[in-house]
Design a binder for this molecule. Structure first.
Ligand SMILES: [Zn+2]
Length: 168
């Protein structure tokens, strides 16, 4: 996670406090909440529940890949938990995966909206496939085949039926 601004507002006293460096520990006027961590991590103190005591004013960006080009835990979690209610959600997920895929040319979409993913032996790509298999809806509805050597095909069922019809 890349943190640009680490800032909160206390819901009790309205005080806005910001932590600008790692050990810049700030408490609000009433003392019910605090902020810490600067641009390294988002640490908060509150009375009972974060959302009851704090208004989040931070700005941050999740990091997709680590320094070595492997997908971060956050990215893999996102794939596992991606909500798929329509083919549109599926396409969005595949766009997201394309950003993570090492050797971008090894992830291809054809005009029948069939996606071919080749891992190329890169373990980061294998991790992505692992996360995709963990997403039950994705696996049941969109997974088509996997071959030895790391070739995986995904396509929506409805799209597959359409393609079959076109052939006839
Ligand atoms: Zn306060």
């Amino acid at each position: 996670m890349k943190i640009f601004v680490n800032k909160i507002q206390c819901k009790h006293c309205g005080d806005i406090i910001e932590s600008k460096t790692v050990h810049d520990f700030k408490t609000c006027k009433c003392g019910k909440v605090f902020v810490d961590g600067g641009h390294e991590y988002l640490r908060r103190g509150f009375l009972t529940k974060c959302e009851d005591d704090i208004i989040e004013l931070s700005e941050y960006e999740e990091e997709l890949l680590d320094e070595e080009g492997y997908p971060t835990e956050e990215s893999l979690e996102k794939i596992k938990k991606w909500e798929i209610k329509s083919d549109d959600d599926f396409e969005k997920l595949m766009d997201f995966i394309k950003k993570l895929w090492y050797y971008p040319d090894f992830l291809k979409k054809n005009k029948n909206k069939e996606y071919t993913l080749i891992t190329g032996g890169w373990s980061g790509n294998e991790d992505i496939i692992g996360a995709m298999k963990n997403n039950i809806i994705l696996h049941i509805t969109y997974w088509k085949s996997s071959e030895r050597g790391g070739k995986h095909i995904y396509q929506s069922l409805s799209q597959e039926i359409k393609t079959e019809k076109n052939k006839k």
